[in-house]
Design a protein around this ligand. Structure first.
Ligand code: ZN
Length: 251
């Protein structure tokens, strides 16, 4: 009788384990499907803004070459307005692109696509300002020297700001995200401006702060907290890698 009970118990256990795996799998697939649509919208938004950015650069270049004239404003003011509009479009586009990459990350198996996907904003930044900078530097007769120098400085500063704001400093790979979602099943915590998530609300980096949000690790990654806090990882026995993955070590 006791033996039978034991047997039944172990059978139930196995079935339960299988069930968990199955539901995890289908849940993961459903979530992936759901978020891909969302990410596509963000990518389209990013591309539209980037095209607009290039359009503003072209307007600046055409103005430089005297293809049209603006009479109610000095040329320099006009160039700077185009540079600023170009910059705004690049930065917002890149934020949408980065958000899409957190929802639907590229696989690290294809290293070229992974690199391109994570650096797309940076590449666009170069295209959005470098041609204008080169044309300003090489066409000395088009503008007076002072106007030209100020315009070049404005465009270089814009390129640097756009590049820094577009570069993905904490990229996450598809494998890294999936791995973190499998490994970290409890609630995680993050602060409004924090770049990492914490596995404990008692972590010394967030303890006592009043702007702490919580949610699943998926929510943390999709809101831009792609890495586990180092202190939390050490405490929980996790190793963190550069693409967002966390691996249990030691135990
Ligand atoms: Zn922490």
């Amino acid at each position: 009788m006791a033996e039978e009970k034991k047997k039944t118990g172990s059978t139930t256990k196995t079935t339960a384990a299988k069930k968990t795996t199955a539901s995890k799998g289908s849940k993961g697939a459903a979530a992936a499907l759901q978020v891909t649509g969302n990410a596509t919208g963000l990518r389209i938004g990013a591309v539209v803004l980037w095209v607009l950015a290039i359009a503003f650069e072209i307007l600046a270049i055409l103005l430089l070459f005297g293809k049209y004239e603006i009479t109610f404003m000095p040329t320099l003011a006009c160039l700077i307005i185009f540079i600023v509009l170009d910059l705004i479009c690049v930065i917002i586009g890149s934020q949408l692109w980065k958000k899409a990459n957190r929802i639907d990350p590229a696989s690290e198996k294809n290293s070229l696509k992974f690199w391109l996907w994570n650096n797309m904003g940076l590449i666009v930044s170069v295209f959005a300002f470098l041609p204008l900078i080169i044309l300003l530097l090489t066409n000395k007769e088009k503008l007076d020297n002072k106007t030209r120098v100020i315009a070049v400085i404005a465009a270089v500063i814009a390129l640097l700001i756009a590049g820094a704001a577009s570069y993905d400093w904490n990229p996450v790979s598809q494998e890294g995200k999936e791995q973190a979602m499998q490994e970290v099943t409890g609630t995680v915590y993050w602060t409004t401006f924090g770049k990492v998530y914490h596995t404990s609300s008692e972590c010394s980096h967030i303890n006592g702060k009043d702007n702490v949000d919580d949610g699943t690790v998926q929510e943390a990654i999709e809101s831009g907290r792609t890495r586990m806090c180092k202190t939390c990882a050490d405490r929980d026995g996790y190793q963190i890698d550069e693409n967002g993955a966390v691996t249990a070590v030691g135990n």
